[in-house]
Design a binder for this molecule. Structure first.
Ligand code: ZN
Length: 449
């Protein structure tokens, strides 16, 4: 059968089926085992005493504890196999990270946090953070620039603000649009190699030249449109094509770069209902990553989880930026809604108890509600000043709840791990067969009768 009739993207590196994948990475032990194999291909080696013997902590299967050797039999150095990966410091089970990476890698159009949320069984915020952490790991700082024959062009891409609807038929309006530059490696006449995309401020040489210099090797041959900004790029051969006078239309001459831009825009609309401007760079990086590794499942999965190179920890704050100012503005807005006399008492109480004004307002509301229920006359004669509010300490005393850490289910007797190397699925060791299935069958005659 001609393979061109039934093309497969994954000719060289086919991803496993969802069933196989979930079976392989069924629990945190299996995921930790995989990470350990990547870290120590020839077996465990303690970074401190070079011992090759270690055991794993029961409650944290991703931590290997050195068993010590020779002159240092009490080493006990602990090595975490998730250190340096995107999972560093995570509270989420490793198998959820693996499943997220699998879904993101195998969906050619990517997956949004809203879609990922129910698949992982986590909150929207967690799914969103997982996706952004995976995206952070997609950019390899050591990647080599494009080389050879390269097509370069720019395009405007629409974005949406918080609460905006993305309008159709904007035409040439660039009110909610942002410029991006793209570069595509051409291989031979028909094939295409790697790509690069980046946000640019405008179409002048001060924006375009840094993009070209950063993303192409010297001596590569560039093909561009008649934008004079490209002429000042140093060290590259530049072939400018006048598209208005060319015999062929732009989408044929610049076929691949146009396909890339069209795919980016369709992806933005289809998967995300329009990019948000703030995270545009992350989305462009994800698109480039997908394109450049579209035929390689295993490498993209490892790269995405940050295996094999240190991506370092990414925090919520490093992605969303400083949210303190937003909170401050939000509180000011609420304060403006209060009457000046009440605003004063809230501010005074916040200073007195050394808590935030929001906390005072919450407590005050709770206290006034109680007063209205229990003592109607006191409530009606209540005066809004600091002496009028005697006891806020009751509710203020409630401490902030600490986030829960995931707890692995304790193993039942008979399910202890037998060897140090393989970790059979506990369920498989002691299958819980419903008693109904175990009961002896009635004779056929009894059923027939
Ligand atoms: Zn050691």
């Amino acid at each position: 059968m001609a393979s061109s009739l039934f093309p497969t993207r994954w000719k060289y590196d086919k991803p496993p089926s969802i069933e196989t994948f979930v079976g392989t990475f069924r629990d945190d032990y299996a995921c930790a085992e995989y990470l350990a194999k990547k870290r120590w291909p020839t077996g465990f080696e303690c970074p401190r005493c070079k011992s090759t013997k270690a055991w794993r902590l029961e409650a944290r299967p991703w931590v290997w504890e050195c068993a010590g050797k020779g002159n240092d039999p009490l080493c006990r150095h602990q090595t975490s196999v998730i250190a340096g990966t995107v999972m560093q410091g995570t509270h989420l089970p490793l198998r959820k990270w693996f499943l997220a990476a699998y879904l993101v890698t195998t969906h050619s159009n990517g997956i949004s946090a809203l879609q990922l949320q129910p698949k992982l069984g986590v909150t929207y915020k967690t799914a969103w953070l997982v996706l952004h952490k995976l995206r952070k790991a997609m950019v390899n700082p050591d990647r080599t620039p494009l080389s050879g024959d390269i097509d370069i062009d720019e395009s405007a891409i629409p974005f949406r603000r918080k609460g905006d609807h993305l309008k159709r038929g904007g035409g040439s309006s660039t009110a909610n649009q942002i410029w991006i530059a793209g570069a595509v490696e051409r291989i031979g006449k028909y094939a295409v190699g790697r790509i690069r995309l980046a946000r640019i401020a405008d179409r002048t040489s001060s924006s375009l030249v840094p993009f070209v210099v950063a993303n192409t090797l010297p001596n590569s041959r560039l093909r561009t449109d008649k934008n004079a900004s490209y002429l000042s790029v140093p060290g590259r051969t530049i072939d400018q094509i006048n598209l208005t006078q060319a015999a062929l239309p732009a989408h044929i001459l610049f076929k691949w770069i146009h396909i890339v831009f069209a795919n980016v825009k369709r992806w933005a609309m289809g998967t995300f209902h329009g990019f948000r401007e703030k995270h545009l760079d992350a989305y462009l990086n994800e698109f480039v990553f997908r394109w450049n590794r579209r035929r390689y499942f295993r490498t993209s999965m490892d790269a995405m989880l940050g295996i094999g190179r240190s991506v370092g920890p990414t925090t919520w704050r490093s992605i969303v930026g400083d949210t303190r100012q937003w909170k401050q503005d939000h509180i000011e807005q609420i304060m403006k809604m209060l009457r000046p006399s009440k605003r004063k008492i809230v501010t005074d109480l916040a200073k007195y108890y050394r808590v935030s004004r929001v906390e005072v307002m919450e407590n005050l509301a709770w206290w006034v509600d109680r007063l209205a229920e229990e003592d109607k006359s006191a409530f009606l004669s209540f005066k809004w000043d600091i002496e009028g509010v005697p006891e806020l300490s009751q509710k203020l005393a409630s401490p902030r709840k600490k986030p829960k850490r995931p707890v692995l289910v304790a193993r039942r007797p008979g399910e202890e791990r037998k060897t140090s190397r393989s970790y059979p699925n506990p369920a498989a060791l002691n299958p819980r067969i419903p008693p109904v299935l175990n009961a002896p069958r009635p004779p056929l005659a009894a059923i027939a009768g």
